[in-house]
Design a protein. Structure first.
Length: 666
């Protein structure tokens, strides 16, 4: 290597020394990158702060130490509002923490990430917050936080601002009867801008929590100016029937397949001398309904479902198949979970020890044992529900089998069209398409992958009967900013249209789609996200009905592989990697390998993590049903992907504070 090269390197590296390395302490990382902890700084993230504090109060109730929670929303001019959540539980400990001399346990919990009483399992058998970051994150992202604790007939208080204590803990009085914790906080406008707490959203949150645990009473109060027809100034929630009461209210006067709901609860069996938790469920099958689902773990909503959902799906599907066999309906063995669940109103709540979630926002439960525990607990009750009243069981089986017959009919029609198109137009199919046979399997899917290298791995990893592969060259045309002539002349887009066979724009007919699922599978990096965005823009503009009918999906390949000894796990991103290192590999020496692209994964790894229906995770891309919401989506696509760069510039400028610095540097 030449000396000139060393000289040039030296000349450009003078600014990079030890002073360039920044170490974030305390709660600084939370304020720098709130998205890593609460998913962003939008309305959802703002209300997530309320959920974190309420979850702590609910954990006290579920553990049997509290039976009353109060939520009070006050106006605070120039801020999102002032929210106070109080419970009558044991109260946060206020004595000096043994590992932090001179600091109270209260201060440690409020100012230190990964601190709390839920790691050892001694203070809580089940809890919603196991990441140990909930209340400390709320404190970090609030301009004003005050915590009052009533313990042993004494009242203590401490105040904080943006994560920093504004003085030590103080004894502020005595009380003969009061006990518990009260947390008051004002979210920081430096983080959340001019966003406001929405009373209706908080009111609904408080109400839903009361349904999830029959033993708790939740009191709601808001300022008179915040009350409305939908949100009273004061209310008290307590529902002895739990989820069954909730479902009864949701279904209302709608006629259902069965008069009685399938509802109940069951404790999980003990293991190693410890109670493993419990499950509660309520299911109804309205005659005319798009259906809805509500999943919870330790009172925390998990909107993306997870392993507890899988357990319920398995219990209901296997139960109806067995009942069909019992009543001589041999075709019932073709019933799928979608036949059972489509159009149903479902609520499921589990309480388990040490739950594992997909991320800090807890949108999806990933605890493997939850599927088995829920299936075993629910299955016996469902068998009795069907067999104890044979007329009721036959009515439900008949409704589900009608849906099954309709599904099989549509599948047969699509298969005929698919085979006809393949035979009649074989020469017109893209040469790079590796098709599937799909003649006898229930579902077929096409993976759109980036590049020949990834396409080669995907071809070896696929199920040849059900999975087709279509490689594309890098970043396809941005159809939102291209002319119609340019779109028609683009070979990649032409290949997509031929492979899918359903037409475009006004001629798009999902019934002619040659596959049940269209899966976008790109690298788990910034370039891959850009390509996926371009493809989603294509489908939104050129094949909107395909998206609206739920045929479009995003694959979720991993970015990292973590190995310690014989144990290996895959991480989707940096946040997931940090979570696995903290929960699965804590204290172990971990070897981390980063996949630069799908082509670097061997076929076995690609199959296991991204393509096999048994182990993968897909994100379904949909469009809202309401016209106003669809119009808002169109405006957003035009703004971000359209021809006017000024719109993108303004969008980025207005949200610059929300961006991850690493993404900008990349």
């Amino acid at each position: 290597m030449s000396d000139d090269l060393f000289e040039n390197a030296s000349a450009t590296s003078g600014d990079y020394d030890s002073s360039s390395i920044e170490v974030l302490e305390g709660l600084e990382p939370v304020r720098r990158r709130p998205g890593m902890y609460i998913g962003g700084t939008d309305d959802r993230a703002l209300h997530h702060l309320a959920a974190e504090v309420l979850d702590n109060a609910m954990d006290e109730a579920v553990a049997g130490h509290a039976n009353r929670i109060e939520m009070v929303l006050e106006e605070e001019p120039g801020t999102p509002g002032r929210l106070t959540i109080t419970d009558n539980g044991r109260g946060i400990p206020v004595d000096e923490h043994p590992k932090f001399p001179g600091k109270s346990t209260l201060e440690v919990i409020l100012t230190t990430l990964h601190s709390g009483g839920k790691f050892s399992g001694k203070a809580y058998a089940t809890s919603g917050g196991l990441h140990g970051v909930g209340v400390s994150v709320v404190n970090a992202l609030s301009s004003d936080t005050r915590v009052e604790v009533a313990r042993n007939k004494e009242v203590f208080a401490q105040s904080f601002s943006r994560g920093l204590p504004q003085g030590g803990i103080e004894k502020v009085g005595t009380t003969p009867n009061r006990r518990g914790t009260s947390v008051t906080f004002v979210p920081d406008t430096e983080i959340f801008g001019d966003r406001q707490f929405k009373p209706a959203r908080l009111f609904k949150l408080a109400r839903s929590k009361a349904y999830l645990f029959a033993g708790v009473e939740i009191r709601w109060k808001c300022a008179p100016s915040l009350a409305s027809d939908d949100v009273p100034q004061e209310a008290t929630f307590q529902f002895p029937g739990g989820l069954a009461d909730h479902l009864k209210e949701e279904v209302g006067t709608r006629e259902c397949v069965t008069t009685d709901f399938f509802a109940g609860s069951q404790d999980f069996p003990e293991a190693d001398g410890q109670q493993q938790g419990r499950v509660e469920w309520a299911v109804a099958w309205p005659l005319w309904s798009d259906g809805s689902t509500s999943w919870y773990c330790n009172t925390v909503p998990t909107p993306d479902g997870g392993t507890h959902e899988q357990g319920l799906r398995a219990a209901l599907t296997k139960g109806l198949r067995a009942f069909g066999d019992l009543t001589g309906q041999k075709k019932a063995n073709q019933i799928t979970a979608d036949d059972v669940m489509t159009g149903s109103e479902i609520m499921l709540s589990v309480f388990i020890r040490d739950p594992q979630f997909q991320s800090q926002t807890k949108d999806r439960l990933t605890s493997p044992e939850a599927a088995r525990l829920v299936e075993n607990a629910v299955r016996d009750h469902f068998d009795h529900f069907l067999a104890d009243n044979m007329d009721r069981g036959r009515a439900l089986l008949g409704a589900v089998m009608e849906r099954m017959d309709e599904r099989l009919k549509r599948k047969a029609e699509r298969e005929v069209k698919r085979k006809t198109a393949t035979n009649a137009k074989k020469l017109r199919l893209p040469g790079k398409l590796t098709d599937c046979s799909g003649e006898t399997d229930a579902e077929t899917e096409i993976f759109i992958v980036e590049g020949d290298s990834a396409g080669g791995s995907a071809k070896q990893a696929r199920d040849r009967k059900t999975q087709a592969i279509l490689p594309i060259r890098g970043k396809i045309l941005n159809v939102a900013s291209a002319s119609a002539d340019k779109i028609r002349a683009n070979s990649e887009i032409a290949d997509l249209g031929l492979a899918l066979g359903c037409g475009t724009r006004k001629d798009c007919d999902p019934e002619n789609l040659r596959y049940d699922r269209v899966v976008i599978m790109t690298d788990a990096d910034v370039d891959g996200a850009h390509i996926a965005t371009l493809l989603m823009t294509f489908f939104f503009q050129e094949m909107p009905e395909l998206v609206r009918k739920g045929h479009l999906y995003l694959a979720q390949p991993p970015l990292y592989r973590l190995t310690a000894g014989k144990e290996s796990r895959y991480a989707r991103d940096d946040a997931h990697r940090a979570e696995l290192e903290e929960t699965v590999f804590k204290g172990k020496k971990v070897e981390v390998s980063r996949f630069k692209g799908l082509g670097e994964m061997n076929p076995q790894q690609l199959r296991e993590t991204t393509m096999s229906p048994a182990t993968r995770s897909l994100i379904r891309i949909t469009l809202p049903a309401e016209h106003e919401q669809r119009f808002a989506v169109k405006e957003l696509v035009d703004q971000l992907m359209g021809r006017n760069p000024e719109h993108r510039f303004n969008f980025i400028q207005n949200r610059a504070g929300e961006l991850d610095r690493d993404l900008i540097d990349a």
